[in-house]
Design a protein around this ligand. Structure first.
Ligand code: ARG
Length: 457
């Protein structure tokens, strides 16, 4: 269809290519969210007498059709359309006539795209929170299974102190839990409706913003209409920052696994289905998935940085620069989601070689334990430390399992607190499920369709 702003001239074709870029392709991700928001907006317009009941129901019907088409991957958006907002309005006008021309009353594409993005981001945040929580839980189950399997603790990568597979796995579980919690906290910030802010300055119509926010299941209205527009890119950056930390932790875990699955270490191994081969060296079993986990983490970080760089010096109000924050949002979030999924798969397939882990616990690993046993018997720490340091050959290996069980302070190998960790993670996942189910109800109330999902990957 012609552009929403088209009047008496056509846009220069290079200018069109430059301004639309791949935005119309990315906008496929926003179609369902945009339709749900449009239904809420139409209901708001009917409430203040701008649409008749008949117009409202034909608009709802048309928007429901768009959702169904999009679910089948059959809703077209062309470069000439510019974006999903134009394609949807064009579809409505074709399908239902003049009522389609009224849907844009009292809104701008600026608050329209903000609202669609907000609905999309709040769903994504909870889905990623849930996925990360599930992964944290899987790590805790793994930690429980191998709680007292000894593993050398390393600092500077050198042999340091007795440790356990349980401590190693649970450390990542707690790290991912904290990161998932940040998404939970962010979902509160995302849970505010920008609809009704229009181009950035509101409109002279008595739009009931609380009503439309409530229709879309938002906890509240994003009050200041200029801030509602200025938060474009900012909320994306916040979400991508959460992704960045998750990806960073996944990258560190991948690095540990690359090391510990090396034949020279042999602590763990990956099944061949999760490894690739070499075109020339027949013996190779390469951890490409783990290596790409590291590089994807860099990609996610660059997405967060890109969004912040784009918005940093923008003047207040809508600026077209905002459009370029969409690509890093979609790319960075998708990469993070996949990263968590692939790392879960790696953990599921990980084999633990207790014999290699135990034999890696060489005598020097116990040097500090020997010092401390002498301290318990009354010797002073510094002199004993020096004495053992000068006679390392005298240090004998201790019983590895006993040494890890002997550590009894909170959070150490003998007292990991896995039950509490598991409880918190479970509560967090249940919390995500509850809210995601509430969103499903909201979507059903809006479009009368079951199982509508906004995030389609
Ligand atoms: N595709 C545009 C974006 O993502 C839609 C908003 C266009 N608004 C405008 N005033 N040109 O930002």
């Amino acid at each position: 269809m012609s552009k929403l702003w088209q009047k008496d001239y056509s846009l220069d074709s290079l200018m069109e290519e430059f301004t639309v870029s791949n935005d119309y392709i990315l906008d496929q991700q926003l179609v369902i969210a945009d339709c749900l928001a449009s239904i809420a907006h139409a209901r708001g317009l009917a409430k203040i007498g701008i649409l008749s009941e008949d117009e409202l129901s034909s608009l709802e019907c048309g928007l429901q059709k768009v959702i169904t088409l999009r679910q089948k991957d059959e809703f077209p958006i062309t470069a000439q359309d510019e974006d999903c907002h134009t394609a949807i309005e064009g579809f409505l006008t074709n399908e239902i006539g003049d009522a389609g021309k009224k849907i844009h009353t009292g809104r701008s594409r600026n608050d329209q795209v903000q609202t669609a993005l907000r609905i999309w981001m709040r769903e994504f945040a909870l889905k990623l929170c849930r996925e990360t929580g599930e992964f944290s839980k899987a790590l805790l189950d793994f930690a429980q299974k191998y709680e007292f399997v000894p593993m050398p603790g390393r600092t500077h990568m050198q042999i340091a102190m007795p440790s356990s597979v349980g401590l190693w796995a649970a450390s990542f579980a707690e790290e991912f839990y904290d990161e998932a919690q940040r998404l939970m906290q962010l979902s509160w910030t995302l849970d505010q409706s920008p609809l009704g802010s229009a181009a950035s300055y509101g409109v002279p119509l008595p739009l009931d913003r609380e009503f439309t926010a409530d229709q879309m299941g938002f906890a509240r209205v994003q009050n200041n209409v200029l801030y509602a527009n200025n938060s474009r890119g900012k909320f994306e950056a916040m979400l991508l920052d959460c992704c960045d930390y998750i990806a960073l932790t996944a990258s560190k875990l991948a690095q540990d696994l690359i090391l510990f699955t090396l034949p020279e270490f042999g602590y763990f191994s990956l099944p061949k289905e999760l490894c690739t081969g070499s075109s020339i060296m027949p013996q190779k079993k390469n951890p490409d998935g783990l290596e790409l986990a590291r590089s994807r983490s860099a990609l996610v970080s660059s997405c967060s940085m890109r969004v912040k760089s784009i918005i940093r010096s923008l003047p207040s109000g809508y600026n077209r620069d905002f459009q370029d924050t969409k690509e890093p949002l979609i790319t960075g979030t998708k990469a993070t989601y996949q990263l968590v999924q692939i790392m879960s798969r790696m953990l599921q397939g990980l084999e633990v070689h207790e014999d290699r882990l135990t034999s890696a616990c060489v005598p020097e690993l116990y040097a500090t334990d020997v010092v401390l046993s002498k301290v318990k018997a009354g010797e002073n720490f510094r002199d004993t430390y020096k004495d053992i340091g000068l006679h390392l050959d005298s240090v004998q290996a201790l019983d590895p399992i006993q040494t890890i069980k002997e550590r009894s302070s909170i959070g150490t190998t003998g007292n990991l607190g896995l039950d509490d960790d598991l409880l918190f993670v479970r509560l967090m996942c249940e919390g995500c499920d509850e809210v995601l189910e509430a969103y499903s109800e909201v979507y059903k109330d809006l479009c009368d369709l079951e199982d509508v999902q906004v995030v389609l990957y």
